[in-house]
Unconditional design. Structure first.
Length: 453
């Protein structure tokens, strides 16, 4: 089942920071927010890692306003000191203790312009990004949500910063927050912020003919430059406006979507006053539940709907999840989805570490049709999963026969678990970590009859 996460804003943290006569425990605002979310049935909270004080200091240092020469020199010295040794003041962060970071997803400052038109702004924004991620890693926060790209002309610069961040924090999951449709969040060209301006560049509306394709193309650029890093995922932002055509939404189902960000403004009121999503969004939520993303709910305490209260939003999403075709199939005995539960990522844990630390440059990957793919030299051993225990894999004639040209001289194919040897099959029956045999009774009967019968 999908996990539900409560989005905590800086305004809400400020309210929780107010002294109360009833709360004498000395809990921090982050701890109070976490306890509130858990009592409301959420699994975790998602909150900004920094506050407006950090934003103001960064702008003072990196977007130096017009003023006296002494002020400019002083700010430039501060900026150079910060660039050489980035760090936060204690009152610039929302979390300061490890116990506050439990079940917390960090949101990187959304005002950082990693794709700004000004090169120096991009440079300082990248330093600030790495600073925030390093601090989150220090707090043992495992996931950080990154601000969305806004400038198509410099999408490659955004992706390069993210790729560098993936190397900086090798144990963190990074997720790019991307609007699913909103063209106003993606700019083609903008006035670059100069050294005398304190206001970052503003988004410029994109051509509205194919806004969803443009958004997807930006995501494709980012993940391509990051070399399809498995630690880079997607946070789909369902902030209105949302498309009515289901085809526009369905193009995202094949992407590595880890979170769905659903603000309260995305909900409509039904005839009874309860919050519901538009028809197209309902179908999209049901369909995407097959990959089990986590749902981040935001702004559910704004009182936009007359019935249901805050709990109605999460209850409604849970209802969509329960009625999704994928979840129904997983709960139905005899279906492939029910049978395959628990095996989707069975190979990920043992092989990911080997890919990162052992294989490296020692393994060369060649992509293409094995019947026509050129290889540099003949090989001594060919390892394949396409030869079944009876030599009867459905792809064996089409693929392995054409791959015999890779081998030196005359060759024999040997199955890992040949069924003609009853001792081998009996000892290692049903131990494959790639595919668990579903018709085990048939194989067992063949073994009991003895070899060659």
């Amino acid at each position: 089942m999908a996990a539900f996460i409560s989005h905590v804003t800086l305004d809400h943290l400020a309210v929780l920071n107010q002294p109360s006569d009833t709360d004498l425990s000395g809990r921090t605002p982050a701890l109070k927010a976490s306890l509130e979310a858990k009592s409301a049935g959420y699994d975790a909270i998602c909150l900004p890692l920094t506050n407006d004080k950090w934003k103001a200091r960064w702008r003072d240092m990196c977007l130096i306003p017009a003023g006296g020469t002494l002020d400019r020199v002083s700010l430039e010295h501060q900026a150079e000191d910060w660039r050489s040794a980035p760090g936060f003041m204690k009152d610039e962060v929302t979390i300061t203790h490890l116990e506050e970071a439990e079940a917390v997803i960090a949101m990187v400052s959304d005002w950082l312009e990693l794709d700004a038109a000004d090169e120096w702004v991009r440079h300082d924004a990248e330093i600030a990004l790495h600073q925030e991620l390093a601090y989150a890693s220090y707090l043992n926060i495992h996931t950080a949500i990154l601000p969305p790209p806004r400038n198509r002309a410099h999408a490659a610069s955004y992706a390069r910063s993210i790729n560098a961040a993936l190397s900086l924090v090798p144990y963190m999951q990074l997720s790019v927050r991307l609007p699913i449709y909103d063209p106003s969040m993606i700019q083609i060209d903008a006035t670059p912020p100069n050294s005398t301006s304190s206001t970052p560049s503003q988004p410029v509306a994109l051509d509205d003919n194919h806004p969803s394709i443009a958004t997807w193309e930006m995501w494709d650029v980012i993940r391509s430059i990051c070399n399809y890093n498995p630690r880079l995922t997607l946070t789909l932002d369902l902030t209105p406006p949302l498309p009515s055509a289901l085809e526009v939404l369905n193009q995202w189902i094949a992407e590595p979507t880890r979170y769905i960000f659903v603000p309260g403004s995305a909900f409509l009121a039904n005839a009874k006053g309860y919050p519901v999503l538009p028809k197209g969004t309902q179908s999209f939520i049901r369909d995407i539940m097959k990959i089990q993303p986590s749902v981040i709910l935001s702004g559910t305490d704004a009182g936009r709907h007359t019935k249901g209260g805050e709990a109605a939003y999460s209850q409604y999403i849970r209802h969509l999840e329960k009625t999704s075709p994928a979840v129904k199939a997983m709960q139905t005995s005899g279906t492939v989805e029910n049978f395959a539960q628990g095996y989707q990522d069975y190979l990920q844990a043992p092989l990911q570490d080997r890919q990162n630390n052992e294989w490296g440059d020692k393994v060369q990957l060649l992509y293409g049709d094995m019947r026509t793919l050129p290889v540099p030299e003949p090989v001594d051993i060919l390892v394949s999963e396409l030869l079944g225990s009876f030599g009867d894999n459905e792809l064996s004639p089409e693929c392995l026969d054409g791959a015999m040209r890779f081998l030196k001289g005359k060759s024999d194919f040997i199955s890992t678990r040949p069924a003609i040897n009853h001792r081998i099959s009996g000892r290692y029956l049903d131990t494959s970590i790639i595919y668990r045999v579903s018709c085990a009774n048939l194989i067992l009967e063949a073994i009991q009859r003895g070899p060659c019968q």
